[in-house]
Design a protein around this ligand. Sequence first.
Ligand code: TPP
Length: 669
Amino acid sequence: MDQDKAPPEQAEIRRLANAIRGLSMDAVEQAKSGHPGLPMGMADVATVLFSRFLKYDPADPAWPDRDRFVLSAGHGSMLLYSLLWLTGYPGITLDNIKRFRQVDSPCAGHPEHGHIPGIETTTGPLGQGIANAVGMALAERILNARFGDDLVNHKTYVIASDGDLMEGISHEAIHLAGHLKLKNLVVLWDNNNITIDGALSLSETGNMIERFEAAGWQTTVCDGHSAQEVYRALHDAQESELPVLIACKTVIGFGLPTRAGTQKAHSDAPGAEEIVGAKKALGLPQDAFALEDGVLDAWRKIGTRGKPVHDAWNGRKAKSDKAAKDLDAVLSGAIPAELGKALGELKAKLAAEKPNAGTRRTSEKVLEVVNGVLTTTVGGSADLTPSNNTKTKNITDIKPDHYDGRYIHYGIREHGMAAAMNGMALHGGIIPYGGTFLVFSDYCRPSIRLAAIMGIRVVFVMTHDSIGVGEDGPTHQPVEHLAALRAIPNLTVIRPADAVETVEAWDIALNHTTGPSLLVFSRQDVPTLRTAASVDQNLTAKGAYEIEAAAGAKVTLLATGSEVGLAVQARDLLGKDGIAARVVSMPCWSLFEQLSETDRDAVLGKHTVKIAVEAGVREGWDRYIGPHGRFVGMHSFGASGPYKDVYKHFGLTPEAVAAAAKEALKAKN
Ligand SMILES: Cc1ncc(C[n+]2csc(CCOP(=O)(O)OP(=O)(O)O)c2C)c(N)n1
């Protein structure tokens, strides 16, 4: 944004900022719930940012070249709601603010992406926002490398609190941003020395400035209540070659007569007396939600500042026909039909070749095709690239100052990786996928959960899916993870059984635009079970389907991933004993749940005895196996040893499955 040349007047900024303070106090008081401290403390900083630097146009909140603003400290949500309403964003009214934190209001307790245009990401779990912002800033650099300054050249601004910077995820995010030299990232730290328990000194003695500098950031300090100092700091940040930290010294709850500067300002309704005193001190009208004369007009005018810049961008875009078309295509996130065709061909080829391979290896083959057809996929791994098989030969690395690649070495930063992927997806123009071991999905879980809440397309690649990991032992063998991940609403967890299902899983994940997918791949080799006859449709998309039929079946063996092959062997054993058993592959429970009851019953085999086979814990399986069924799986953590021995050790064998089926049949009859 072409900032105004001269720093703003202190009185002007204070008057505008006090509108935020008044709205925030009143909304929290009305709701008898919320956090007035941060909005009141950071109002001056935010006002300088929104009135002088931030590039945005409320008339088109989705303008792709807008600056992103992330309120990482989501508890201060009234700051964001005030700014969005004051500057004239659609989708928010004063009535909405009056109903802050009520179920019918888009002004939720913490900012929720999708509720109001201008909420770039859902925040609340501290540390996530700043880590999302790293992904947004990186996405900008990647698209900038492709489309140039004329079409893509914006910044990502973050307001982060002490809590954001104390959370471990911030370490990963800060170092990743520093390493990648994300010069378009600016963090405004609300340096107020207060957390919920009291003074920051209760729990922190580190030097934040030195910490950021050690990670490769440019840093500066300012008085967060001085318009000139905040202006100067933001002005200097514009030309930085490094990511920038601006430490803004502020008073939490600025303006509250007795609570300002104390932890009492952090949350809770200030109370009538405190509000009366604050409004007097700040020169605000006493009536609830009333603004000083002319302030709303002044804010609305500020909200139009971006229009000429936006118009100029539109003009440049109109001139560059081909690039503009490409940019639109990339930003649309659409998957060309060509990909479906290419994946179909790969499926047929794999069904014919019948590889005996870990699904992680097949996944690499799929990605080779995907990355060849799409230009929007950006892969990565948390330092497990050769194990996760996430890097294909046709893409190159993204490096500091070189953002024209499509692969990110995230380092050993699972949490930061997952949050950055969310940020890239939110930014738009990129379909992020990234890998680690399934057991370390625990380290990504908070971000996976947020991706699911936001309903964004992110593909989490989780290899080494079970005790099949073998020698690395129980620390590396997931057992409860599938159940725990399946418990996250709106997360599509797919554990393919073979090469064909692996292709289908990727097809589903890439085309699924309303939520994240998590693909679970085996380390160890698995046979190809699907035949050429069944590759013309995506059976994985049904969630579960009969992979081996049996006339007059008495038993249904339900299995996922590498255990489908095991179930097929058990079926053969049962057949030898004259017991007809069918096998159902269940790669994705949540998709299966979307089938009609009749279809589900047909797949499960209504009148058969059901045996579930999965190298994970039992949680969840009972709903499919019913009271007469059996579960063959894990009842404890795993053990270190060659994987075939480990399977045997825990009774995950075709013989054990066949025995369980016989026992269940006997008990039923
Ligand atoms: C991951 C996570 N842990 C805990 C909380 C609960 N919580 C909300 S704000 C906060 C800390 C408040 O201190 P600070 O971040 O400095 O914010 P301020 O008091 O300055 O508004 C905590 C612990 C949270 N939102 N997220």
